[in-house]
Design a protein around this ligand. Structure first.
Ligand code: ZN
Ligand code: ZN
Length: 142
């Protein structure tokens, strides 16, 4: 399968190639770090093999790297023109997986890679309810 995506202004475009969308994993994350970066009640990303992912535009994303607050170096990429987020990964996933901002996929990717679970549910906003059918993790492992 080939999935395409872009930032909000389309200056950055990308492509993800994968045998089956079952091999990707979209999840919600309620951690405080995701709330800040996404500007919403949670972040939504698709864990995708980095070998199948590439930026297809000549313009490359801006890179931001920082400690995520619990000792993990978090790498994030976003558009320098519109600020739209593209992907992130922790130092431990480098070279293995990228976590693509789910909303940046074009319609086909969003439709075929829906969320499978929720992380950091202990930090879920009290006005949100768990999404039925998704696995629930209090933090990362449990
Ligand atoms: Zn942009
Ligand atoms: Zn998070």
């Amino acid at each position: 399968m080939i999935y395409t995506g872009s930032c909000y202004c389309k200056e950055i475009t990308f492509q993800g190639v994968i045998d089956s969308p079952d091999n990707a994993r979209t999840s919600l994350c309620h951690c405080n770090n995701c709330k800040k970066f996404f500007g919403g009640p949670y972040g939504t990303t698709t864990k995708f093999p980095s070998s199948g992912f590439r930026i297809t535009s000549s313009t490359q994303p801006i890179v931001h790297e920082a400690d995520n607050g619990s000792g993990v170096l978090l790498h994030r990429e976003f558009c320098g023109k519109c600020g739209g987020p593209i992907l992130e990964y922790g130092a431990n996933a480098k070279g293995t997986s990228v976590y693509v901002m789910w909303g940046a996929w074009d319609e086909k990717g969003r439709k075929e890679m829906p969320p499978k679970g929720e992380f950091f549910t202990r930090l879920r906003e009290e006005w949100l309810v768990p999404i039925a059918g998704l696995f629930q993790k209090k933090e990362i492992k449990e």
